[in-house]
Design a protein around this ligand. Structure first.
Ligand SMILES: [Zn+2]
Length: 205
């Protein structure tokens, strides 16, 4: 089963964008399916510091090809067959909604957090289908609750700030972006005028 997923990953590599704008357009709006991406990144960093080797936590929606899983397990599944990564498969948002997808993923991340704390290594991480002890299962649900509660409070705060404060860091006008980049380039590069002109020409295209 692991091999099948690797094959589909390889296919994606072939269709990689070949210029800066196409790259940005492809990966810029990708937050939608990458639920809890910030949390995942932080967990990966913790694992890296503990194990002194990289570890990836991948998330992937069930596809139709894996439909039988979806019927059998209407939640996320954690698959861990390799020592350097695990994959959390989760049901498509349209079936269960983004909130459920996030909750399922948060629960599986709880298992990962448990391993960081209790084992100090990801080597013994089991897949969802294997027997887990009750302490770990409870930890995972408790983690899911606190994580999503924390995130909800954060987003609520940001939302309120957006209404009250027009200075929202997530929204930058193109003209402001260009002038900021030009200022940084002038500070950072020798011969910056030439470089800035080249960039302006590229952005005008
Ligand atoms: Zn569980």
């Amino acid at each position: 089963m692991g091999q099948k997923f690797m094959k589909s990953d390889a296919k994606r590599v072939i269709s990689l964008p070949d210029n800066a704008k196409a790259w940005a357009e492809e990966i810029g709006p990708s937050e939608s399916d990458n639920y809890l991406a910030h949390t995942i990144k932080l967990l990966e960093r913790r694992i890296f510091k503990i194990q002194n080797k990289p570890y990836l936590i991948l998330t992937q929606k069930y596809t139709e090809r894996q439909g039988s899983w979806l019927e059998e397990y209407p939640s996320a599944r954690l698959i861990s067959m390799e020592r350097n990564h695990c994959t959390i498969f989760f049901p498509p948002g349209k079936e269960y909604g983004d909130k459920h997808a996030r909750l399922f993923i948060a629960h599986e991340l709880g298992h990962i957090a448990y391993h960081i704390t209790h084992e100090g290594s990801m080597d013994g991480l089991k897949s969802s289908s294997e027997e887990r002890d009750e302490t770990e299962e409870l930890f995972a649900w408790e983690f899911a609750f606190h994580l999503l509660s924390e995130k909800s409070a954060y987003y609520e705060k940001v939302q309120n700030e957006k209404v009250q404060n027009e200075n929202n860091p997530y929204i930058i006008k193109d003209s402001d972006l260009v002038s900021n980049i030009k200022n940084f380039m002038a500070e950072l590069h020798k011969d910056s005028n030439e470089l800035i002109e080249k960039l302006e020409r590229k952005l005008d295209q």
